[in-house]
Design a protein around this ligand. Structure first.
Ligand code: PMP
Length: 384
């Protein structure tokens, strides 16, 4: 008998399965709003000009393992990028480890915290998300009251995963004033911030602007924190799986301990991270002309997404589609969260060949000047 016989078939991942259904659809007018990847004006993957420059600039390299903690120049550049202007950077109280993109960074941060003497037994993350608990969304907007009430009642000392910007899936972020209040509640309740940072620079076009909450917590609240950084969206390096997990601690001694813990959990999971993406990202960050181009690329991507939000909204207004769709322009980042029903989402897919997640999250990057009108007309017909 097979070792797998008694096991139930595990259903496919909902997000990747939307892309599978999209690829299997033969309709010429199909639109994929399921997958969170940036697309050009023809709906095709976009290799950033800065990435092309970085690839062309690489010298010959061998294919040895990287050290367990990753490519040192990448760790240095990414830390300088993240923590620019902070005391922690000057005082060298930053520890870091190259990770398998953002997902790998989240894995390592939880394994690292679990390994500590003071290991937490609870971790808070926003609902809706891929796991549960902290409420953050109501009627198309960030639910500040429910969110802070939950933080006040959270078990002291617990880690809380905070989306630094462009909340996935809702696209609803706290304002700076709300961040300040969230920070003070967290400090009061000794909650440990983990900044889940998959869209820095991709959201506003400015890395520094998008990293503001992290630096505010460090500089104004003087708390220890972790950052899980992904380069998937901000450099368009989705498949290279390039990211960084990092702790900003209060003392140099703590950062050395933190790094030793990261090294140990990296070794016991993947041993060493991938080298190629780290070389590309390092070339972007360390070569002034390429870095300048990257800053332009961030502006290109973020402004294109903002423009598509505006176009989609204006089309819906023009069609006098029933309902208030202003959430599309008020939400931010890669995703819009429509709040329509599963039946309507199925109808969009079956009748109009418009694909999105069954939570009603759509990737605005899948819209372009050629398909935005068709999308609006499909949504209009669906909700009438
Ligand atoms: N964090 C957030 C908030 C995300 O939206 C995602 C995925 N888009 C990730 C982390 C993980 O992304 P990746 O592993 O591709 O870097």
């Amino acid at each position: 008998t097979s070792a797998f016989q008694a096991q139930d078939l595990v259903p496919p991942d909902v997000s990747f399965d939307v892309t599978r259904r999209f690829l299997a659809d033969n309709n010429d007018n199909k639109i994929n709003l399921g997958q969170g990847t940036y697309r050009d004006e023809n709906g095709q993957p976009w290799v950033l000009p800065s990435v092309k420059m970085a690839k062309a600039s690489l010298d010959e390299f061998n294919h040895e393992y990287l050290p367990i903690l990753g490519f040192q120049p990448f760790r240095d550049e990414a830390s300088r990028l993240l923590y620019k202007g902070t005391r922690a950077l000057n005082e060298d109280t930053i520890s870091s480890c190259q990770s398998l993109s953002g997902t790998g960074a989240l894995l390592l941060v939880t394994l690292a915290l679990k390994k500590l003497q003071s290991a937490p037994d609870t971790i808070y993350i926003t609902d809706p998300t891929w796991v549960k608990v902290l409420p953050c969304y109501k009627d198309g907007a960030f639910d500040f009251d429910a969110y802070t009430a939950c933080l006040r009642q959270a078990k002291a000392g617990s880690p809380v995963v905070l989306h630094t910007c462009a909340h996935n899936p809702t696209g609803c972020d706290p304002t700076k004033e709300q961040w300040k209040l969230i920070g003070s509640v967290m400090k009061e309740n000794r909650l440990f911030p983990i900044f889940d940072s998959a869209y820095l620079g991709f959201n506003s076009g400015s890395f520094d602007e998008d990293a503001w909450p992290i630096r505010y917590f460090m500089e104004e609240l003087s708390v220890e924190l972790a950052v899980c950084l992904s380069m998937a969206k901000s450099m368009g390096l989705y498949g290279e799986r390039i990211g960084l997990v990092s702790f900003a601690t209060l003392t140099r001694e703590s950062s050395q301990i933190a790094e030793s813990v990261l090294q140990s959990v990296q070794r016991s999971t993947i041993t060493a991270p991938p080298a190629y993406g780290a070389r590309v990202a390092t070339a972007i960050l360390s070569t002034p002309s390429i870095r300048k181009q990257w800053q332009k690329d961030l502006i290109t991507m973020s402004s294109c997404i903002r423009l598509m939000r505006k176009c989609a909204y204006e089309e819906l207004v023009r069609l006098q589609t029933p309902g208030d769709w202003s959430c599309i322009i008020h939400q931010t980042g890669m995703f819009a969260f429509l709040g329509i029903s599963k039946t309507q989402i199925k109808h969009l897919e079956k009748k109009h060949h418009v694909f999105m997640l069954e939570t009603s999250r759509l990737s605005v990057a899948g819209l372009n000047e050629h398909n935005v009108r068709r999308f609006a007309e499909a949504l209009d017909e669906t909700v009438r």
